[in-house]
Design a protein around this ligand. Structure first.
Ligand SMILES: [Zn+2]
Length: 229
């Protein structure tokens, strides 16, 4: 039995738990823990990095078992673990918070784009390449000129800055079908399995360069960081 602890608390750095399962992947051993602090890559968000009993790991979603399994990270093989064995787990918190900030800022930019009448087409929350892409179902004359694109970007920046200044809370609840729905107060709601900051005031250095239009899509690149704690 495994609990996705990273859903309950983005900021939980370490815990004592037990080995839930062990196995092999591509000939290398993996270990799955009961209290899982590790978010695997998915939903446009990169994987965490962490440690199990001091051994560096990368979490991966194992399709067969549905578990988040930890495989060796950092080049050294994992030792043999046994089911039920007590272990100490730790997540690389600065990396986790950097990912959570980028990911949460992505939700906020999605909300700002929808307020412009656009529809989400794609997202990527990886450091250094974060962007949200939209389609514009209604003709939007601003998108045709550099000045117009800057004007549209400024409208996004204003909404993003206001939501951050208001420190809007980030919450989640399961819907009737058991999906995890993440809410940015009243401005955004979406099914999501990622990790998020506690409230939008946790975001800083949110930067939106002038948007681009590529292959019929509005592409909003961005950067964001977690504020100093
Ligand atoms: Zn999310």
């Amino acid at each position: 039995m495994q609990v996705a602890a990273y859903h309950a608390d983005t900021y939980e750095e370490w815990a004592r738990t037990r080995v839930a399962a062990v196995g092999e992947r591509d000939g290398a051993p993996w270990v799955a823990v009961e209290h899982c602090l590790f978010h695997p890559q998915g939903g446009g968000q990169p994987a965490d990095r962490g440690w199990v009993d001091g051994h560096e790991i990368v979490p991966v979603r194992d399709r067969e078992s549905g578990l988040v399994v930890a495989v060796a990270g950092g080049g050294t093989a994992l030792p043999g673990f046994s089911v039920g064995q007590p272990v100490e787990v730790r997540v690389d918190l600065p990396t986790r918070l950097a990912h959570a900030a980028l990911h949460t800022a992505g939700h906020l930019i999605e909300a700002a784009g929808r307020a412009q009448g656009w529809v989400l087409a794609a997202n990527n929350h990886f450091p250094g390449q974060a962007r949200i892409e939209f389609t514009a179902p209604e003709p939007d004359a601003r998108l045709a000129t550099p000045e117009g694109r800057e004007e549209a970007t400024e409208a996004l920046r204003m909404m993003v800055a206001r939501a951050i200044a208001e420190d809007l809370p980030v919450t989640w609840a399961n819907d009737a079908e058991g999906r995890r729905i993440v809410h940015l107060a009243h401005v955004h709601a979406a099914p999501c399995g990622g990790t998020h900051v506690r409230s939008l005031g946790d975001l800083e250095d949110v930067v939106l360069p002038t948007l681009k239009v590529k292959r019929g899509r509005v592409r909003v690149s961005y950067d964001a960081a977690h504020r100093e704690r």
